[in-house]
Write a protein of this length. Structure first.
Length: 603
């Protein structure tokens, strides 16, 4: 009885941490990660909820408390509790922003934390306070019943039992599920959906397994002949062998200016709020543009940097971690390299630090001759994460005018980044107070501001004559307000149906002065950007047919996009065609991990 009395706190702590795990799973497995759904806490697991696994995972670190006596035991258990609470809270905040969980690769991405405090805090929700409720109870217990913990002795036998028994239970559960013959019920299985693995192993078990896989994959084995054949066969089956059409080489020899706009979603294009156009300048460009209105976001954990990657290489980003951090020196057959072979000068410009998402070394490896980060600019005006789009875009025309012709310039904007808290003096849309104070209203204001700065920027280039011989490509790096705050968008009143569009669509606009505008409703995604642009710029398809995972949207019979979660959007002629398209994501993982293009002689 004395042993039970001395360790009753351990029992309550196991149960309180278990409750946090269930709360966490009920949030991330729900469509709205701000609301708890108990039924969905274990939805990914195809057998009864593995509570024995969850309890065992919690007991393993807490078992070490038996090696301490008195007050030290309590404080060790509190430390374990706080660490596990911090882990699930960090996972929850990261999931709301990136639909994935914290991984060891994030530790190499600490440079991304600069100026991100407001964005990180904006991922918190009122329900998250429940994660700390038990800590307040333990604090009160310590304050009023401190003497309760003074006499607890050290229990070495209890340590061995509570350490080894949970491990045995987990191993037994693993064997039972493994022998069932259903691979979907295996405990230790890397799934394409992190939620599946998280539900199988618990939040703590997920990260232990993730660490194991991180170190196992750290030393990548050389590509095998069989893997090479698989990749080559996939590219061969992908080919459509379409004849050329009137779009082929339409802009050969012209300059190329690509503008990647932060968080630009398609639902604001040609849309008005209170009679005011949200993107009047982009709307104006459509009269002289090829406008792809069913164009989908396909970024993964690397978000904006994944957009950089796909636009310039037509390769899907890696499934775990950010490609630019894990494989910054990889070789690709890229748009800047192919244009350089045609005599183009190439330059990539970001308004943030070169270490952010590790974009500078990665884009250099991809093939850009020059890369300019924020240190190249006057930073007198900052908004949010860094230099304002207004100041930034005013400083680029003099750089462009000095470029050797023809040029390919890749430009990224920043001000319309979440949490969309544009300063009052730049909020020029007239909105109701309620809407203006919401994340949705902030998004409208931020996109409207960036649209205005892009308009001024292009006017400057037009006045200097640059636009006469320049193709301008504009697209969103990923969705914005729906990506981060979809739950808040649904709560804005009075509601309007058009702003509920969470279809993952971003606009792709290809503008050329004097060209007759056309809206193309073919379904495609970011992976298709490079082959589409390359064809317009007169690059022979044979040069990228066996390296581009996307297709030329201006010359294809296929009508689809595969999202980062492997969801197939569109209509496939057969199930085999759909499966083959989805397989491209796994093939891209293999290509990147093995640095396949380098093995094939690309430089």
């Amino acid at each position: 009885m004395q042993f039970v009395k001395n360790n009753i706190i351990l029992v309550f702590m196991v149960l309180s941490i278990l409750a946090k795990f269930i709360l966490f799973l009920g949030l991330v497995n729900n469509d709205n990660s701000s609301k708890f759904n108990f039924m969905k806490a274990f939805y990914s697991f195809s057998s009864p909820p593995p509570l024995i696994v969850y309890i065992s995972m919690i007991l393993i670190p807490l078992s070490f408390s038996f090696l301490f006596r008195g007050h030290l035991r309590f404080w060790f258990m509190m430390l374990c509790n706080i660490l596990m609470t911090s882990l699930v809270l960090a996972d929850l905040m990261y999931y709301r922003g990136f639909n994935s969980f914290i991984s060891p690769y994030i530790l190499s991405q600490t440079t991304n934390l600069d100026n991100l405090s407001s964005s990180i805090i904006s991922m918190l929700r009122p329900i998250d306070v429940l994660m700390f409720a038990d800590l307040l109870v333990y604090a009160a217990l310590w304050f009023f019943r401190k003497s309760f913990f003074q006499q607890t002795p050290r229990y070495r036998i209890a340590f061995l039992l509570t350490f080894l028994l949970p491990i045995t239970c987990i191993y037994y559960e693993h064997l039972q599920l493994d022998l069932s013959g259903n691979p979907n019920t295996m405990l230790f299985r890397v799934s394409w959906s992190p939620n599946q693995t998280m539900s199988n192993l618990s939040p703590l078990g997920y990260h232990i397994f993730d660490l194991y896989n991180f170190y196992k994959n750290k030393h990548v084995q050389p590509i095998t002949p069989q893997q090479t054949a698989e990749i080559q066969n996939w590219f061969e089956q992908k080919q459509e062998n379409m004849p050329t059409n009137h779009f082929t080489g339409m802009f050969a020899g012209q300059n190329l200016l690509v503008i990647q706009v932060e968080s630009l979603e398609n639902f604001v294009i040609n849309q008005k709020i209170n009679g005011q156009e949200i993107t009047p300048n982009l709307n104006k460009l459509l009269a002289n543009s090829l406008y792809f209105s069913n164009f989908y976001e396909q970024v993964n954990n690397g978000t904006s940097s994944d957009a950089d990657l796909m636009t310039n290489t037509s390769v899907y980003p890696i499934r775990t971690g950010a490609t630019f951090f894990r494989f910054p020196d990889n070789t690709y057959n890229s748009l800047p390299k192919m244009l350089a072979q045609k005599g183009y000068s190439t330059l990539a410009i970001h308004p943030d630090k070169g270490a952010y998402w590790n974009w500078m070394p990665a884009l250099r490896a991809i093939g850009f001759e020059k890369t300019y980060d924020v240190t190249h600019f006057d930073e007198t005006e900052k908004i949010g994460l860094g230099i304002s789009d207004g100041s930034y875009l005013k400083q680029i025309p003099p750089i462009i005018e000095k470029e050797k012709l023809p040029f390919y310039n890749f430009i990224v904007t920043l001000t319309s980044h979440n949490p969309f808290d544009l300063p009052a003096q730049y909020r020029t849309l007239k909105l109701s107070d309620e809407l203006n104070q919401s994340k949705l209203g902030g998004y409208f204001q931020s996109i409207h501001y960036t649209d205005e700065q892009i308009g001024h920027f292009l006017d400057t280039l037009d006045q200097s004559g640059v636009l006469n011989n320049t193709v301008v490509v504009i697209y969103g790096d990923h969705t914005g307000v729906h990506k981060y705050y979809d739950d808040e968008v649904k709560q804005v009143q009075p509601q309007q149906s058009w702003w509920l569009d969470d279809s993952k669509r971003i606009p792709l606009i290809i503008f050329h002065k004097g060209m007759k505008g056309e809206e193309l409703k073919i379904t495609g995604g970011q992976i298709d950007t490079m082959p589409t642009i390359a064809s317009l710029m007169g690059i022979n398809e044979k040069l990228y047919a066996n390296t581009a995972f996307g297709r030329n949207l201006l010359n294809t019979k296929k009508n689809f996009a595969v999202l980062a979660n492997k969801q197939y959007i569109g209509q496939a002629p057969t199930k085999d065609d759909e499966d083959q398209a989805i397989m491209g994501i796994d093939m891209a993982d293999l290509v990147i991990e093995k640095n396949y293009f380098k093995t094939q002689g690309y430089k």
